[in-house]
Design a protein around this ligand. Structure first.
Ligand SMILES: [Zn+2]
Length: 244
C-alpha cells in the first residue's frame, strides 16, 4: 500500500502520527529496493548535477552562503545510476586484472578503496555529492585528499565546510577518523543527512547484501558471502557516525 492511500484510508494526519510511534512507514513504501540500488527512475534536480528536491534546495542555499564567503561550491559528481556505477566498476576491474595482472580478489580490494560495488553507492540515492572549490585552478585530478590539506588549493573550502556544512544538513561521509575502515578519506564527499539517514536504515533492513549475490556483472562472481559481509560492515556502515 502506498503511503498516501494509507493516509487517506485511515484519515491520519501528520500530527496524529507523531502520537503513534509504533507505526512504521519505512518498510515497503518509503524507499524501494530499486531506488536504493540506483535502478529506479527518480525525480532529480540541479543544473550540472542531480539531487533529490530537498537535498538540491539545501545545496543551493549552502552554495549561496559559501559564495558570499568567497568559496564556489562546485559539484563534481552527484546522482549515479546502477548502470553508471557498473561501468565504473567493470572498467577498473578489467584494467586491474587484464592490464596490471592482478588477481580478481586483489583487484576488487583495490577498486573498493574509493569506488563502490554497483548497487551499494550512496551516489545512487540522490543525497550525496562530491564538491570542490570552483574558484581554484587545480591541475589534474581534483578528488585527491592531499589537495584539501593545509596550504593546498582546497584548504579554504575544507575549512568553510568544516565550519558550515552541518548548518545545511550536509555531513562528510568518509572522514579521516583514526581506525575508520572501509573507503578511504574523501574530504569532498558530502551527504544530505535528513534523507540519507533513513535511506541507509532502509538499505540495512532490506538486506541488500543478499541481493548483491544475485547481480551479474564483470567480477561479481568473486563476491563471496564473507566478502560481502565485511564490505557492508566496513564500507557501508563504518562512516561518519553522524550519518548512522
Ligand atoms: Zn562521492
Amino acid at each position: 500500500m502506498q503511503r498516501r492511500s494509507f493516509l487517506q484510508k485511515t484519515g491520519l494526519t501528520g500530527l496524529a502520527l507523531t502520537a503513534l510511534p509504533h507505526l512504521s512507514f519505512s518498510n515497503d513504501f518509503e524507499y524501494s529496493i530499486l531506488e536504493l540500488m540506483g535502478k529506479a527512475d527518480i525525480e532529480l534536480y540541479g543544473e550540472g548535477y542531480q539531487l533529490k528536491k530537498e537535498a538540491h534546495d539545501a545545496f543551493v542555499t549552502m552554495k549561496k552562503a559559501a559564495y558570499s564567503d568567497g568559496i564556489d561550491l562546485k559539484p563534481v559528481s552527484s546522482y549515479r545510476s546502477f548502470e553508471h556505477q557498473r561501468s565504473i566498476f567493470e572498467r577498473k576491474y578489467q584494467r586491474y586484472t587484464d592490464d596490471d595482472g592482478m588477481k580478481p580478489i586483489a583487484a576488487i580490494d583495490k577498486i573498493i578503496e574509493y569506488s563502490t560495488i554497483p548497487g551499494t553507492s550512496r551516489h545512487h540515492w540522490g543525497t550525496d555529492i562530491d564538491i570542490v572549490d570552483g574558484y581554484r585552478k587545480v591541475e589534474g585530478d581534483v578528488l585527491v585528499p592531499s589537495k584539501f590539506a593545509e596550504g593546498k588549493p582546497y584548504a579554504d573550502f575544507k575549512k568553510w565546510m568544516d565550519e558550515n556544512s552541518k548548518t545545511y544538513d550536509f555531513h562528510l561521509v568518509y572522514t579521516d577518523t583514526p581506525g575508520r575502515r572501509g573507503f578511504k578519506y574523501e574530504p569532498w564527499h558530502y551527504s544530505y543527512a535528513p534523507i540519507s539517514i533513513p535511506m541507509l536504515a532502509e538499505f540495512r533492513r532490506k538486506n541488500i547484501m543478499l541481493l548483491l549475490q544475485k547481480e551479474d556483472f564483470i567480477g561479481s562472481d568473486h563476491f563471496t558471502e564473507g566478502f560481502l559481509t565485511h564490505y557492508i560492515e566496513d564500507n557501508i556502515l563504518d562512516i561518519n557516525t553522524e550519518l548512522l
